[in-house]
Design a protein around this ligand. Sequence first.
Ligand SMILES: [Zn+2]
Ligand SMILES: [Zn+2]
Length: 175
Amino acid sequence: MCNSCDTGLGFDPETLPEADMAEAARAAHAAGEAWHFHVLAPDCAFNPNKEKYTFLLELTAQKRNICTVFDERPTGVNKELLALLHGEAALSEKAPGADELSAEESELLDTISKVADLDKRWHHHMMFPACGLNTSDGKWRLFVELEGEETRHLDSDSEPSALLNRIERIYFGMA
Ligand SMILES: [Zn+2]
Ligand SMILES: [Zn+2]
């Protein structure tokens, strides 16, 4: 039991070092099991460690949750596991107009861009349908926390890959 990782959401996560957490994600991926992760920023509504970054790995097929606590934003493992989870193209630059965004998606992306341009804090969560943080009824939920703005979310029937790609590129300073 990890006292520092009591999210209050019914999780009972294990705390592991980064290398072991990442290896557990790679093993789940290699076995074709359902898994995903979240980076919980210091000001994230879901983060039990308010001064830190909490990397939360949900091994949904194994009914296991693992967390690793970081002092700094964990960019390396985030990018590595993002490519495993969403494909190598998750962060690649798309040709203009390659993927059409819905009006709602464009509006959310514009909001994020404006907040990012002002150097305000923001982050997002891609919540899979089986995600323990996801309170929708079986939808894919993109959940966005923006400094000085209302929390936003957008629910979809399928993975919103095009929107996620745009958001991740802003998040990693690639766009
Ligand atoms: Zn958050
Ligand atoms: Zn989740």
